[in-house]
Ligand binder design. Structure first.
Ligand code: MG
Length: 261
């Protein structure tokens, strides 16, 4: 009888072990819960487009301290008045770029075409946000700024386009005279040690809150003429374009950026 009791006990124990092993192998909700590290707390701006707490403000309406002339890195000479900076038409005054250099980032830019804009096609409110300004001799990577409200031009050169590479998914232009917003995610290209391309650049753009570029893979710099190609860089300034045509000057305000780790 003693042996019989031991046998029952052994059977019970092995059954319990089998059941607990089965339970152990069964997926539980906790298996897929991630608790750390916790994302940093960021206080959103009070209104849509206002800089969040961890943003680097590149233009707050007061001065051009964060900007230089792209050509020679002398102080930027666009006009600042009424909380707005405006492309200045004068000899020797051209594109401006940030003093700081960036790699992957989120960028907010507001821009306005004057209400009394004249001209047509590419000569109507042409400016641009260069997502990486890799040098005065380079074309860089341009997100087009222009009046495309009721102004025909090639669609891969209209507002919201990645110049001559990506047609915007929608025409979300407001009328000339109204402020417009770009919210941009720029993932910079990566290069091998020998300068060859490792990973292309990707860009996502919301234009007045409307998705116009969805994780678009760039073919290289946005060239005026010819096929795009990449040229090695690590970090680069963000540049604003003084296009230099006869259009009325374009204004910018509320520009901020957040580095993407
Ligand atoms: Mg342009």
């Amino acid at each position: 009888m003693r042996n019989g009791k031991l046998l029952v006990l052994a059977v019970l124990m092995s059954t319990a072990a089998f059941v607990s092993a089965q339970q152990a192998g069964k997926p539980k909700p906790e298996d897929t819960e991630v608790w750390s590290p916790e994302p940093p707390v960021v206080t959103p701006g009070a209104t849509c487009g206002a800089a969040p707490s961890d943003a680097m403000v590149l233009f707050d309406g007061k001065n051009l301290n964060e900007w230089v002339s792209a050509q020679d890195h002398t102080p930027a000479r666009w006009v600042v008045a009424g909380g707005v900076m405006t492309v200045r038409k004068a000899p020797g005054v051209g594109n401006i770029e940030t003093k700081r250099r960036f790699k992957n980032y989120q960028l907010h830019v507001e821009w306005k075409i004057p209400a009394d804009i004249t001209g047509s096609g590419q000569a109507r409110g042409n400016s641009g946000v260069f997502l990486a300004s890799t040098g005065p001799g380079d074309d860089g990577y341009e997100l087009q700024v222009m009046d495309s409200y009721q102004n025909k031009t090639y669609v891969n050169g209209m507002a919201g386009s990645i110049y001559k590479q990506a047609i915007p998914l929608a025409n979300a232009n407001r009328k000339p005279g109204e402020w417009q917003t770009y919210d941009i995610v720029w993932m910079a290209p990566e290069f091998h040690a020998d300068g060859s391309l490792k990973t292309p650049a990707y860009v996502t753009v919301f234009f007045n809150g409307v998705l116009v570029e969805n994780h678009f893979q760039l073919k290289g710099q946005t060239l005026y003429i010819g096929k795009p190609f990449y040229k090695e860089y690590d970090r680069a300034p963000i540049k604003l374009q003084a296009h230099g045509d006869k259009s009325e000057p374009i204004s910018y305000r509320n520009i901020w950026v957040r580095n993407i780790p």
